[in-house]
Design a protein around this ligand. Structure first.
Ligand SMILES: Cc1cc2nc3c(=O)[nH]c(=O)nc-3n(C[C@H](O)[C@H](O)[C@H](O)COP(=O)(O)OP(=O)(O)OC[C@H]3O[C@@H](n4cnc5c(N)ncnc54)[C@H](O)[C@@H]3O)c2cc1C
Ligand code: FES
Ligand code: FES
Length: 492
């Protein structure tokens, strides 16, 4: 690749970010350090709490601001599963930073006024989620408020007082972050954007490439490197299994992996674009897919998590692969200058085994747009809780029905096998058949040939098979009697 040498020469062995309003340069720190560890152990800022260290409770919520098109974009995220290298070029805001002189921030004051600080331990996390909410939506709706708080668990009292505080803080006017925005954006933009950031300590090293060519070259030079996008999956290896990742390549600063393109016939979604940034566009064409993505983890998780990570972790219970397989999505896999395109279903080979080659990575995902009004997509997520829970079964039915005949059926499931997979015999029983109960009964029976599910903590094998068959029945009822449609609200 032509610019490899210069790309390499421009690597700085440091990362830079704003810690509130202080330009901070870090070097010689273990890149496996989470933002939470950094705040508490290095900065001795103990306002940000550790509850679970696995992205589940929200006690560690911080806000990260990025300069995008001359404005600041604020995102809540879980500091416990975010690595330091991901901060390069961003502003990190913690609960200690909200007070303005002697005055509490309006969201803090509202929490006091409405008795929203209950146990106290999780209050900083709630405050930071509310802070991000109000930065993005000065007058948030109830839905936006509940979505913002769903990743902050309260086990003591309940959410009413906190929701009341959220409503009371609306339209609070400019705060110190707005007043300083121009300066903040200038500083973030001045952080050496043309030099690749690096952080290393001993054998542990992290690269944060700033272009596709830098990323490709690093992957060629370091075939064993571990890609980190949102980190919401891979960082659990550090926090839960106490492992080190070795060579880390953070892909969140590569613009080509952050793109979202809408073409006449398809969307092209960069592998490292977080869910919260592309879901509204996808939902406009596939509302049930959009509804399902809103149930992936919490807002903090969706502000970080990506399609590249959901596919790349090759989990049999990742939520998007079955839907993307049913939609016949394609993967663009890059190695050096070479890009090959494969159907997503061919990526998954066996449990946690993929067809991705050494030094290769997912650059983007292509999702076809609906071909006609006759195409119906039905998506069902079965989990014990509505928010922030992993699926026991994920079903996706992509059916084209013309003149009461199924002219095309693509059916895929998660949680039914060691990989997300199509139900080939079920599809065969549907294709070319009249859209009737008899056809559905035949197709349901074929699911027993397609899958031999396993029993685990989430569900027994019998439950999984029964629910898979019932979901096909549900799709039939909802398509043939649209008034019965209850959306994706499903519990195990
Ligand atoms: C609290 C919590 C709740 C969750 N809830 C859900 C849920 O409801 N549904 C669900 O499906 N998942 C859930 N997850 C899992 C996770 O959030 C998702 O799988 C997410 O999409 C992972 O994306 P990421 O960018 O964070 O991946 P990362 O953690 O950065 O990476 C995951 C894997 O993908 C690889 N990878 C990353 N980018 C690429 C690339 N471009 N090319 C090739 N490989 C790549 C990494 O090397 C790694 O092996 C949850 C996780 C947590 C912590
Ligand atoms: S400590 Fe629980 S989400 Fe981070
Ligand atoms: S407010 Fe902390 S558990 Fe309820």
């Amino acid at each position: 690749m032509s610019d490899n040498k210069s790309d390499k020469a421009m690597a700085n062995n440091q990362i830079q970010f704003l810690l509130n309003d202080t330009l901070t340069t870090l070097s010689g720190i273990d890149p496996n350090t989470t933002i939470l560890q950094y705040l508490r152990q290095h900065q001795h800022k103990s306002g940000t709490k550790e509850g679970c260290a696995s992205g589940d409770c929200g006690a560690c919520t911080v806000v990260v601001a990025e300069a995008v098109a001359g404005k600041l974009r604020y995102k809540s995220l879980n500091a416990c599963i975010s690595l330091l290298p991901s901060l390069h070029g961003k502003q990190l805001i913690t609960v200690e930073d909200l007070q303005d002189g002697e005055c509490l921030h309006p969201v803090q004051q509202a929490m006091v006024d409405f008795h929203g600080s209950q146990c106290g331990f999780c209050t900083p996390g709630f405050i930071m989620s509310l802070f991000a909410l109000h930065k993005n939506f000065p007058e948030p709706s109830k839905h936006q408020t509940l979505e913002a708080l769903a990743g902050n668990l309260c086990r003591c009292t309940g959410y009413r007082a906190i929701v009341d505080a959220a409503a009371a803080a609306k339209n609070h006017g400019a705060d110190q972050f707005d007043r300083n925005a121009e300066q903040t954006i200038a500083t973030l933009n001045s952080i050496t954007k043309d030099a690749m950031a690096q952080l290393s300590q001993g054998a542990e090293q992290a690269f944060s490439p700033l272009s596709l060519s830098q990323l490709s070259q690093i992957m060629l030079d370091n075939p064993q490197a571990r890609l980190v996008a949102g980190g919401t999956d891979i960082v659990l290896e550090i926090t839960q299994m106490h492992k080190k990742l070795g060579t880390i390549v953070y892909v969140g600063n590569v613009p080509e992996l952050q793109k979202f393109e809408e073409h006449d016939d398809k969307f092209v979604i960069g592998a490292a674009l977080p869910y919260s940034e592309f879901t509204p566009h996808l939902a406009a064409h596939y509302p049930e897919f959009g509804d399902m993505i809103e149930r992936i983890g919490s807002l903090q998780i969706r502000n970080q998590g990506t399609l590249g990570g959901n596919i790349g972790n090759a989990s049999p219970i990742g939520d998007t692969p079955p839907v993307l397989i049913a939609l016949d999505a394609k993967l663009n896999l890059r190695c050096g200058d070479e890009v090959r395109q494969i159907p997503l279903q061919d990526y998954f080979v066996d449990y946690k085994v993929t067809s991705q080659q050494t030094s290769e990575f997912i650059e983007s995902i292509e999702v076809p747009k609906p071909a006609s009004k006759a195409q119906q997509l039905k998506v069902y997520k079965i989990s014990k809780r509505f928010d922030d829970d992993i699926s026991a079964v994920l079903a996706a039915f992509n059916l084209t029905i013309e003149n009461d005949v199924i002219t095309d059926a693509r059916v895929a499931f998660g949680g039914m096998a060691g990989i997300p997979a199509r139900a080939a015999q079920c599809e065969q029983a549907l294709n070319g058949q009249p859209f009737t109960q008899a056809t559905i009964d035949a197709a349901k029976a074929k699911l027993g040939n397609d899958f031999t599910p396993m029993s685990d903590v989430r569900a027994s094998k019998d439950y999984r098979m029964t629910v898979a068959q019932n979901l096909l029945q549900k799709a039939f009822i909802e398509i043939s009697q649209p008034q019965t449609n209850t959306g994706v609200v499903q519990y195990a």
